[in-house]
Design a protein around this ligand. Structure first.
Ligand SMILES: NC(=O)c1ccc[n+]([C@@H]2O[C@H](COP(=O)([O-])OP(=O)(O)OC[C@H]3O[C@@H](n4cnc5c(N)ncnc54)[C@H](O)[C@@H]3O)[C@@H](O)[C@H]2O)c1
Length: 498
């Protein structure tokens, strides 16, 4: 259980943001000051008047014990609740504390319009507040997780907190949580792990589930034969309609285990623990499952969202350099789609990325979640996630899969961005910025000379998602924004590449 405690000075918005956060995460909201008032049967101002501030502090300790013994919640704390070391220890051992910080003018403006009585700020607000902030400056500075609230809406702030913590609840297609956390926190009765031989070697012992099925690794095994092996293994292991399948692996394991779960006994629950960067920021989120036919990739599939996605970035330490770089192509894509700051971080190169994988995972998954919650069944904006993929898929195919998916998408993004600039959709220079970032990550950006252009164009036309007359591209307008554009003249898309 991991509560989220919001802490900070009066006026920083703990209750407003807390309620919204609770709503977004489908958790109860608790205001610790209100718990004190309910327990005392009077307002905090009255307690101070009658018994002094020390009584409030004593009652605060009691209330925090009560709150932390109860179920997982979002908790707005009183502005000085953690000055007491005992309270701080208690709270920090029951969840994460987010400190909300604000400039003095922001706090004054908010408190002037606030009807609540605040005994510690009685008198001249500006003077009192300055003194109050000064006396607590060191205390507030000692909390590692901080969010500045000035000039931001509660919606923006709750989004920032969710990204910072890696905590999301999805509801557009099924209800499920996406958490960044530790694999050791997962234990599940009546379940079976599906993993592949590489992942099993490194990580199977970390998961607290007894039964497991190990399948061969690689896209060439993402086929009906493996799916039917999984169905049979589910039967042999006595899985029933109440069982849960735990997919531990990259996108291949997730797609296969998710599909097998979606069809076994007309659909049983599954949980996904992604182990590649691509799976953490993309494949595991969104409910698409499936397998390949000899005629093409992902031709058979279902929408069957998992019950939980648990991403543990420490599992990426054993991933090959090439797979990590390939995953970064999707991260860059998510930056281009709607997080320019994430795009900027990617320009720091692979050394920085390896030291900051948790931040990369949290930010990139937040982009995908925002999009699929808006458009779960790809009727509109979800198509933005295809940025770089129309050319990328074709390049991957024509290379005979010698180029990985991520490498092909990197090339696709640069080709499509250059086209976007040529047709006036994109801001001049955005293609160069994209190419430069991908190069810093060691990803290819040009179609290899030996790949015939006509074959790439043919492959784009037969891609299953496209209709014959025109092809819909997700093109970057600038870093942070994409637009869906139909193109008929595919030769001109590849024009600079000849
Ligand atoms: N369902 C979706 O929405 C969706 C979205 C994007 C991609 N996909 C699918 O995802 C697949 C690609 O996923 P992928 O790139 O994760 O490939 P993958 O699952 O094949 O994993 C790549 C390689 O890394 C190994 N591996 C995985 N985790 C490891 C770890 N922590 N340490 C060491 N080795 C590890 C695997 O055994 C494999 O050899 C494709 O089949 C694609 O179609 C699905």
């Amino acid at each position: 259980m991991s509560n989220i405690f919001l802490y900070g000075p009066s006026g920083s918005g703990k209750s407003t943001i807390g309620k919204l956060l609770a709503d977004n995460l489908c958790l109860p909201f608790v205001d610790s000051d209100q718990v004190i008032e309910i327990n005392a049967g009077m307002s905090i101002s009255h307690i101070v008047e009658k018994h002094g501030m020390s009584k409030v502090r004593d009652m605060e300790t009691e209330s925090l014990k009560q709150i932390t013994e109860s179920k997982e919640s979002i908790i707005a704390l009183g502005g000085g609740a953690l000055l007491n070391g005992e309270n701080r220890l208690l709270v920090e051992s029951h969840g994460k504390v987010i400190l909300l910080t604000a400039d003095l003018p922001t706090l004054i403006e908010r408190l002037q319009n606030d009807p609540n009585e605040r005994p510690l700020l009685a008198g001249d607000l500006k003077t009192k507040l300055s003194e109050y902030l000064e006396s607590r400056a060191d205390h507030y500075a000692s909390f590692p997780l901080k969010i500045r609230v000035d000039n931001k809406s509660p919606e923006q702030l709750s989004g920032e907190i969710q990204t910072l913590l890696g905590r999301h609840h999805l509801s557009a297609m099924g209800e499920y949580d996406v958490h960044v956390g530790q694999i050791s926190n997962l234990s599940h009765d009546n379940s079976i792990v599906v993993t592949d031989e590489n992942v099993a070697k490194h990580h199977l012992d970390k998961i607290n589930v007894e039964k497991s099925i190990i399948i061969p690794a690689g896209e060439e095994h993402k086929n009906l034969e493996t799916v039917s092996r999984l169905w049979k293994a589910f039967l042999e292991n006595g899985l029933d309609r109440k069982s849960t399948v735990v997919a531990l692996g990259g996108g291949v394991v997730g797609d296969l285990a998710g599909f097998a779960a979606s069809t076994y006994m007309r659909g049983i629950d599954w949980i996904v623990v992604p182990t590649t960067l691509l799976a953490m920021v993309d494949a595991s989120i969104g409910g698409k499952t499936g397998f390949d036919l000899p005629e093409g990739k992902n031709l058979i599939g279902s929408f069957h969202p998992p019950k939980l996605v648990l991403a543990d970035p420490s599992l990426l330490r054993t991933l090959s350099d090439r797979d990590l770089r390939s995953g970064m192509a999707e991260v860059v894509k998510h930056g281009i789609i709607s997080d320019p700051e994430l795009f900027g971080l990617c320009s720091n190169g692979m050394g920085w990325v390896k030291d900051n994988l948790e931040e990369i995972v949290k930010r990139a998954m937040a982009v995908k979640i925002k999009i699929i919650e808006e458009d779960p069944y790809e009727k509109g904006i979800r198509a933005a996630l295809n940025l770089g993929h129309t050319v990328g898929h074709a390049v991957e195919l024509v290379s005979g899969f010698k180029l990985s998916h991520g490498e092909s998408v990197a090339i696709g993004m640069v080709v499509e961005a250059a086209y976007a600039v040529r047709v006036g959709v994109a801001v001049r220079g955005s293609d160069e910025a994209i190419e430069s970032t991908l190069t810093k990550l060691g990803l290819p950006t040009r179609i290899p000379a030996e790949l015939p252009r006509e074959e790439i164009i043919r492959a784009m036309r037969v891609d299953k998602k496209k209709n014959a007359k025109s092809i819909r591209f997700a093109l970057p307008v600038t870093i942070g924004k994409v637009e869906l554009v139909d193109a008929t003249d595919l030769e001109s898309v590849l024009a600079t590449e000849t």
